[in-house]
Write a protein that binds this ligand. Structure first.
Ligand code: ADP
Length: 670
């Protein structure tokens, strides 16, 4: 009974731990495509990542086998004691002692008693030592592999193309790095441990029973196939239920995450009770699915208890009758000693636990396999950008950039070009501004330069060298990027400015901050440059964050500067201040600037007006005003000279919007 209670705890605790995963790893797997490509993931895991730690795992395995074998010894010694010390059988003739030379065995009853006591004590002491080593071995192995896999996966993940990230949610990638990696650790530790216990116990007990008394062994082991079949059926039935539970936990988590993220909207729309209702719905669904799994578990254990009870009763009836009548029942022959009978009873009980765990081992293996498929799928991901490890470093001299008949689309198969045959040249040190309506492709033009994506046709050259022919790191090193959203890492202001220029001195950092008009506000922060900012830190305004980002670019001192609406988040007054520093920053440096506020780029050497992925107008501010096209009208509206765009432009914009919406609908339908 005590043994059975222990199983029950095992089955009721493990699934609970699984619930914390919060991922549905079978249905709607966002990594389906990656998983399909992976072959023999478990072999790769063990041989690729496990190899350096072969010592700890071998020590773990050997100690595990020895520890489990020693666990079986006390029952055997008890049998000897009952028959030869407390009973009247001959000590040296006991089956378990027949392996030892007779000369080793004591002759007096007193000596025999202490011999057995010493053997039992020794088996406990050595058992404890081997359990300790086993624990160390498996844990050292699984923790090391887990660490290596996690760091390697992260390293690979951050090198993947932006395209990969665009199609995945952050939560999904986090779940690979945390849940999937943990799943491997769980299998390599608990799974391997349970598997060795299962094998040693089942093989060991079967062997011992047959060795002690083969006829009774057949009787005692008769229900084992039944236990195996029953457990198998249980696992088969409960697995889909676990999958449903995981899926519903995932839904609860994403609902909560979504709601807490959008708490502002919920409060301002006064929809608290509506959202509480939605949370209640998903939580109720979780309750229901979980209850189904629990109910199955509740039914399983009495069933298992009943079957093992049958084995117990059978052994007790046949063995007990055999012992007290001193005649073999039915077709059986020979005699059965009380001690052997007791050993049988103990062993049949010891067998049930590992048998019941069989399903768990299979379950853990399957989950680890699915997780390693996802992990290796990610590791094998190649992406569209070809990386040539041998490529030369880019040496920027003049800083002349040339776009030569560039075409690009995010989705090659869909075929709608986001960048449609764009050509232009920027001389070293000049500033080119990209303007045009949202969705025209301005950011995409810059992403191609940074090689976050590769062009489909044409080429982009810096000082005559195709960006695809130089190493990616040298290309990105030569560029400074200030985007619309200036992300700050959790750390000090100083660390955020020096991000990427890690060996900069405090003086250089302060100089950069001064150039970016950031020095004054930084000094007013509670701890100046040592103030913690970013998530969990002091909250900076959009304009302040932007200035930190500009300071970062100033410090990097890049050959080519990319400003993607760098001043969109700041008020007009700050913008004027920043503009001065930007002018200084862009002087003598090839600069690409995207801006909605045309006043910020009117001094650019060249302005390109983009619409629908094409350059529709180009020239200097004065030339474009002269041309009286889209730019001139946008300028007029922004400068307050005209009230509205001419009808022609508005209609064009409406048509474009409608087209985008149709595109989105079409994608939704897919
Ligand atoms: P702009 O900077 O001019 O507003 P973008 O270059 O951001 O325009 O976008 C151009 C077009 O490409 C838009 O239709 C946009 O929806 C699409 N687009 C932008 N980024 C992606 C992406 N990662 N995947 C697919 N389509 C994208």
């Amino acid at each position: 009974m005590a043994v059975l209670l222990r199983h029950e705890r095992l089955f009721t605790t493990l699934p609970e731990a699984n619930l914390m995963d919060g991922v549905d790893w079978e249905k709607d797997d966002p990594f389906e495509e990656q998983r399909e490509r992976v072959e023999s993931p478990m072999r790769r895991l063990i041989f690729e990542y496990g190899r350096p730690y072969w010592f700890s795992v071998s020590v773990g395995l050997i100690s595990s086998v020895l520890a489990r074998a020693l666990d079986l010894l006390p029952a055997l010694l008890l049998a000897v004691a009952i028959d030869a010390i407390f009973g009247d059988a001959v000590f040296a003739e006991q089956v378990p002692l027949s392996v030892l030379p007779e000369a080793w065995l004591p002759a007096t009853q007193d000596g025999q008693f202490w011999f057995v006591v010493a053997a039992i004590a020794a088996s406990f002491v050595f058992g404890a030592i081997f359990h300790w080593i086993r624990n160390w071995g498996f844990n050292a192995f699984s923790q090391s592999v887990q660490h290596d896999v996690r760091t390697a996966t992260y390293d690979k993940m951050q090198r993947l193309d932006m395209e990969f990230f665009a199609n995945k949610q952050t939560g999904e990638m986090m779940s690979v790095l945390s849940n999937d990696v943990n799943q491997l650790e769980r299998f390599l530790n608990e799974g391997m441990n349970s598997a060795t216990r299962l094998v040693v116990m089942v093989v060991g007990i079967t062997f011992l029973l047959f060795w002690l008394e083969p006829q009774l062994a057949i009787v005692s082991l008769a229900p084992v196939p039944l236990i195996a079949a029953f457990t198998y059926l249980f696992v088969k039935k409960i697995q889909p239920k676990y999958a449903a539970v995981r899926s519903s936990v995932g839904k609860v988590n994403s609902r909560l995450e979504n709601n807490l993220g959008g708490i502002n909207v919920i409060k301002s729309s006064n929809t608290e009770s509506f959202e509480s209702g939605r949370v209640e719905d998903v939580s109720r669904k979780y309750y229901d699915t979980n209850w189904e799994a629990i109910w199955l578990r509740i039914k399983f254990f009495p069933g298992l208890q009943l079957i093992s009870g049958i084995g117990f009763v059978l052994t007790f009836v046949v063995g007990g009758y055999w012992v007290f009548t001193e005649t073999a029942p039915g077709p059986l022959t020979g005699t059965l000693q009380t001690g052997t009978f007791v050993a049988f009873i103990l062993y049949t009980q010891q067998l049930v636990w590992p048998m019941a765990q069989f399903g768990q081992v299979i379950n853990m293996y399957q989950r680890a396999e699915a997780s390693s498929e996802r992990i290796f799928g990610l590791m094998d991901e190649e992406g569209r950008i070809e990386r040539d490890a041998e490529a030369d470093a880019l040496e920027v001299s003049a800083g002349r950039v040339e776009y030569d008949q560039v075409c690009f689309s995010y989705d090659i198969d869909a075929g709608n070009l986001v960048i449609d045959d764009i050509s232009f040249e920027v001389e070293g040190g000049e500033t080119v501004a990209l303007v045009g309506p949202t969705g025209a492709g301005k950011s995409t033009v810059l992403k191609l330069l940074l090689r976050l994506y590769d062009v489909d046709e044409g080429a982009i050259r810096i000082d005559g060298r195709d960006v695809r022919d130089v190493s990616l790191s040298s290309l990105r090193r030569s560029m400074g990027y200030v985007g619309q959203e200036s992300f700050l890492f959790y750390g000090t202001v100083e660390e955020n400015i020096a991000y990427g220029s890690f060996d900069a001195s405090r003086e250089e950092i302060v100089a950069a901050a001064k150039a970016a008009e950031a020095h004054d506000f930084v000094q007013n922060l509670p701890e100046g440059y040592d103030t913690m900012v970013g998530e969990r830190g002091v909250k900076l305004s959009g304009g302040q964050r932007q200035r930190v980002a500009i300071a970062r670019a100033v410090l990097k001192d890049p050959d080519i500067l990319v400003l993607d609406e760098a001043t969109s988040d700041v008020d007009t007054e700050t913008e004027m201040l920043i503009q001065r520093s930007i002018d200084e920053l862009t002087e003598n440096r090839t600069t690409f600037a995207i801006a909605h506020r045309l006043s910020t780029i009117k001094d650019a050497d060249q302005i390109l007006v983009l619409e629908g992925g094409r350059i529709v107008e180009r020239g200097t501010h004065a030339e474009l005003l002269e041309e009286d096209g889209l730019y001139a009208h946008l300028w007029g509206v922004q400068a307050g000279e005209i009230d509205d765009l001419p009808q022609e432009f508005i209609e064009r914009a409406q048509r474009r919007q409608a087209r985008t919406e149709v595109d989105i609908d079409a994608t939704d339908d897919d």
